[in-house]
Design a protein around this ligand. Structure first.
Ligand code: SAH
Length: 509
């Protein structure tokens, strides 16, 4: 049985601009064959075991020729594979998707086409330029800028193009001087508004505007390189009013996300919504405690406790997986009151069917102590399953109030293997903002960065060249103890509040 090749548009760069169909097909793929312009983040949608083959073309630098790509797709399909051929933008807009489909057709192999959001429309849109607009343009032409316009063999009808309201050139940066000259030669006025948008729809987006006569010089001076789209026509005038993406509060900021791989996604998504580029370098991973016995024993006698206190979502996760291992569920907690340090911990409990009886108003151990002030704790049996490395203030205070507190290491954290290299790369490329969401993220970052890089961060944070955003006072104390200048700490110690205060700090919200 032969397989099938799906020629799939990956969208222009913003990973959320992929279609639902493309994302489903990626999740079902045996093999993904992808290009330079397909956002690599989308590869994460394919199953971990799916084969990923890069056949990218970047300028003249071809990993694989078109014939070889066609052959590869045919071989994979003939071998029974479900193949996603992932292409930047739309596969049939200057994407050679037609040629690949023809090759499959000629060998009797099955294919489908999944259109994508093309950069020819989305790039201008993210720069605030509608390609048509009743006030300006009732027609638009998409043109390849790849053909050398000085060649006699050009198939482009320059005379016709000169009369069309909006022109969008793809692959046109190298030939831009020729393109503009040709259009003017054929009657397009030199004062026609024109723009270039590089890396449109991504946090690296840059756009410049000028007029047709001066665009090549403006682009050269601004250092705009491929990939970029060029727009010629009076619709470009709307950019001043309609530009939106580049005005987002965190637009273009590179933000280091130091949480665990599993927890990073939520923060990264919130950052991306505000135009930032999240750079994920997990500085912690969560592991079972070195000695699993205390947690096992505590779970086996859950019925003995009056109060169970959870101080992190990780603690909830660890407690419930041990419960599951012992064949227990939420009902095992029926006899105890349950306290949660903050909304994320409460949400983790709620997901497992437990509504916390007690929650802190300020999301640190001291806040939880305050929330327990009106509770009678003398002789109460309290279970505190939490990180092996946690602070002693909570159990000590509760014991002073007469409670019998059992602190049980439910998990421990460590720096994941390989993260030192990733961190070095991220820091050397430069980051604008570093987010710390727990004391351990600070301690581990310092360790992973090494002395020199850490010293540089200390200096950069003091100068304000790098903004340090900390989730709460304990994390901030740890950061200050590590020499860093902390620039912001939200009022509520949650991810949402952290991102909000970053947006306000960066001042464009
Ligand atoms: N099939 C793609 C186009 C491939 S041709 C699509 O529909 O978008 C490659 C050209 O696309 C680049 O040279 C550039 O002109 C344009 N391009 C692709 N992604 C872009 C982006 N994010 N921003 C600006 N131009 C982009």
């Amino acid at each position: 049985m032969s397989g099938k090749v799906y020629l799939v548009g990956a969208g222009p760069g913003d990973p959320e601009l992929i279609t639902l169909k493309a994302s489903r097909l990626l999740a079902e793929a045996d093999t993904v064959v992808y290009d330079f312009l397909a956002n690599p983040e989308l590869l994460a949608l394919a199953p971990p075991e799916a084969e990923r083959i890069y056949v990218g073309k970047k300028g003249g630098d071809h990993t694989m020729g078109q014939e070889d790509i066609n052959d590869l797709l045919c071989q994979l399909a003939a071998g029974g594979k479900t193949v996603v051929r992932l292409k930047g933008g739309d596969p049939f807009v200057f994407g050679r998707g037609g040629e690949e489909a023809s090759a499959l057709f000629k060998r009797g192999l099955a294919f489908e086409v999944v259109p994508g959001v093309t950069s020819a429309i989305a790039g201008p849109a993210y720069a605030g330029i509608p390609v048509t607009d009743r006030r300006h343009a009732t027609e638009v032409a998409f043109v390849t800028g790849h053909e050398d316009p000085s060649k006699d063999s050009s198939t482009i009808n320059w005379a016709a193009l000169a009369g069309i309201h909006t022109l969008v050139f793809l692959m046109g940066i190298k030939n831009l001087p020729n393109i503009c000259a040709r259009l003017m030669e054929h009657g397009k006025p030199g004062d026609t508004p024109a723009a270039c948008v590089r890396w449109g729809t991504t946090p690296a987006q840059r756009s410049v505007t000028s007029d047709l006569a001066h665009l090549p010089e403006v682009v050269r001076q601004a250092g705009i390189k491929p990939p970029a789209v060029t727009i010629v026509g009076s619709v470009v005038e709307l950019k001043d009013e309609l530009g939106w993406f580049e005005n987002l509060p965190l637009f273009g900021k590179r933000v280091l996300v130091t949480r665990t791989r599993n927890q990073a996604g939520k923060l990264s998504r919130a950052l991306r919504r505000l135009g930032a580029e999240p750079v994920e370098v997990p500085t912690i991973e969560v592991l079972p405690p070195s000695d699993p016995e205390p947690l096992r024993r505590a779970v086996a006698s859950l019925a003995d406790y009056d109060l169970v206190m959870l101080t992190s979502a990780n603690g909830v996760q660890a407690l419930f997986s041990e419960m599951a291992r012992q064949g227990l569920d939420a009902r095992a907690l029926a006899g105890a009151r349950v306290a949660a340090i903050g909304p994320a911990t409460a949400a983790a409990l709620a997901e497992r069917g437990i509504q916390a009886d007690i929650t802190a108003r300020v999301f640190v151990a001291e806040g939880l102590i305050k929330a327990l002030e009106s509770h009678h704790l003398a002789a109460a049996r309290v279970l505190l399953p939490r990180a092996a490395q946690a602070r002693p203030v909570l159990p000590e205070t509760l014991r002073r109030r007469g409670a019998e507190v059992e602190v049980v290491p439910a998990y421990r954290t460590q720096a994941p293997a390989g993260s030192a290299d990733k961190l070095a790369e991220a820091l050397d490329q430069g980051v604008d903002i570093i987010t710390f969401t727990a004391s351990s993220t600070v301690t581990n970052l310092r360790e992973l960065a090494g002395r020199q890089r850490h010293q540089r961060l200390v200096a950069a944070s003091a100068e304000g060249a790098v903004t340090i955003a900390s989730i709460g006072p304990i994390t901030s104390d740890t950061a200050r103890a590590a020499g860093l200048t902390v620039h912001l700490e939200p009022e509520a110690y949650t991810i949402e509040a952290l991102v909000d205060s970053l947006a306000r700090h960066c001042g464009r919200s």
